[in-house]
Design a protein around this ligand. Structure first.
Ligand code: GLN
Length: 455
């Protein structure tokens, strides 16, 4: 813990940590030492971790990287961070992210962007660690903590993992309780571990999962010991390669990465099968209707009364002015864009044309996966991202270009499936690239074992 705290102080320029909690960390580390000495040490005991700012942590600022939650210190702990705490994990502080987890580059944060510790070749240009869990990815990749929590609504664990050479697991929807995690799009949001290795993801993922009566979408499904399932043996398992993920204009390096990963699993004894997921091309548009729709509803609660920030009011201002000014000043541009898009697609005149249609597309996307799994495919291999980490400032002014980063990841959230990003290579500038494995519901153990064979 002490080594991590020093490393964090020396790495302020990365902007990975938004709030540091050194005293609390040392207290928890001392308590963990006692537990270890007493022979009562669960797997996470004494492990220094970072917690994404989206998780409510008792008595510690939890701002979702938004001005509107300025000064908010919850009186409660999210179920997931509470499970890690009870398992002895030592929280070092809260990690930077995109505002309300909306973004793919960590540039929408009220704290300013986080930086990727990797550099391209000899260039000094600072790169994005990805988003929205950019602080988590940066902190793990720069050895500021042993592991971090992330959340993934459309790729926010897997894309930053791929951009930083780390491992990111998005569990099956319902595996991790959403209680106490600031909601973005409730039918898509899932917490998960961001770690240096697949083994660490197995250990930490298990500690984060489990049924929680406080989240009605939390699943009552046994959580096996994933670590004991990491044999590296993939003989006979069937890996699907979906042709729809071979996008026009895909960089040759990504093609090669994907082909190399396929060859590696084949050499290890897996059966490779070409498959089709025909509705893939509708996933990104459907996601960017459903996610803003749910966000516009979830973000209605930030009204200047219940949480955080309230705008300064002029004499004569009433409650309407308070809402308007607070929300205009408290939300950043991307969040406002999502609230407006979401409100529009849910409005009476457009509900059927956009929201209902997107929901039907979502059902078709899920059916594509169901059919492939029913036909005997065990896991699906795809690239995690369409490129390596890009330069900060490059895409932030073009929302649609930014949204395209999620093209390989959003299908997994729409279908509620587990997905993992594993670092498997470098691009010509020496930057990390990752592959994604998509698994059957509740089969995180099998999925992590396949990822382990690829690592
Ligand atoms: N980049 C996507 C978005 O902006 C996904 C974000 C996420 O998974 N939280 O919505």
């Amino acid at each position: 813990t002490q080594a991590c705290l020093s490393a964090i102080d020396a790495a302020d320029a990365l902007g990975a940590f938004a709030h540091k909690t050194p005293e609390l960390a040392l207290e928890r580390a001392a308590a963990a030492d006692k537990r270890i000495a007493a022979g009562d040490a669960p797997d996470m005991c004494g492990i220094p971790v970072g917690i994404k700012d989206l998780f409510c942590t008792e008595g510690v600022p939890s701002q979702a990287a938004s001005k509107i939650l300025e000064g908010f210190k919850p009186e409660y702990e999210s179920t997931v961070s509470g499970k890690l705490r009870d398992a002895g994990a030592v929280m070092l502080g809260k990690l930077n992210m995109d505002e309300f987890a909306m973004g793919s580059s960590n540039e929408t944060s009220v704290y300013g962007n986080a930086v990727n510790p990797w550099r391209a070749g000899n260039s000094d240009a600072a790169l994005t660690p990805g988003g929205s869990s950019g602080g988590s990815a940066s902190a793990v990749a720069a050895d500021l903590c042993l592991a971090a929590t992330g959340t993934d609504t459309g790729g926010s664990i897997r894309q930053p993992a791929a951009f930083t050479g780390t491992v990111g697991l998005k569990p099956t929807y319902g595996r991790c309780s959403r209680w106490g995690i600031v909601a973005f799009a409730s039918s898509l949001d899932q917490a998960g571990p961001m770690t240096k290795t697949v083994r660490d993801a197995a250990i930490m993922g298990r500690a984060m999962m489990g049924h929680d009566a406080k989240d009605s979408t939390s699943a009552n499904h046994g959580v096996p010991d994933f670590e004991s399932m990491l044999t590296g043996n993939v003989k006979g398992i069937v890996i699907g390669i979906p042709k729809e993920y071979r996008m026009d204009g895909m960089p040759a390096e990504i093609e090669k990465l994907w082909a190399d990963g396929t060859a590696m699993l084949k050499d290890a004894g897996a059966e490779i099968r070409d498959i089709s997921l025909p509705h893939t091309k509708y996933a990104l548009p459907a996601y960017y209707v459903i996610a803003p729709a749910e966000a516009s509803s979830n973000l209605a609660r930030y009204d200047g009364v219940r949480f955080g920030y309230r705008a300064k009011l002029a004499p004569g201002d009433g409650i309407t002015e308070m809402y308007e000014k607070t929300r205009a000043e408290g939300f950043g541009a991307e969040v406002q864009r999502r609230v407006m898009v979401g409100t529009y697609v849910l409005s009476a005149g457009f509900y059927d044309a956009y929201y209902n249609r997107a929901r039907r597309v979502r059902a078709l996307i899920k059916r594509d996966f169901d059919e492939v799994f029913a036909a005997g495919v065990d896991a699906i291999l795809t690239p995690a991202t369409p490129s390596a980490a890009f330069e900060l400032g490059k895409q932030v002014s073009d929302p649609v270009e930014m949204y395209l980063n999620d093209v390989f990841t959003v299908t997994v959230n729409l279908a509620g499936l587990p997905g993992v990003a594993v670092p498997t290579g470098l691009d010509r500038d020496g930057l990390p690239l990752g592959l994604q494995l998509i698994g059957k519901p509740w089969e995180e153990g099998e999925l992590l074992n396949t990822a382990y064979a690829l690592e």
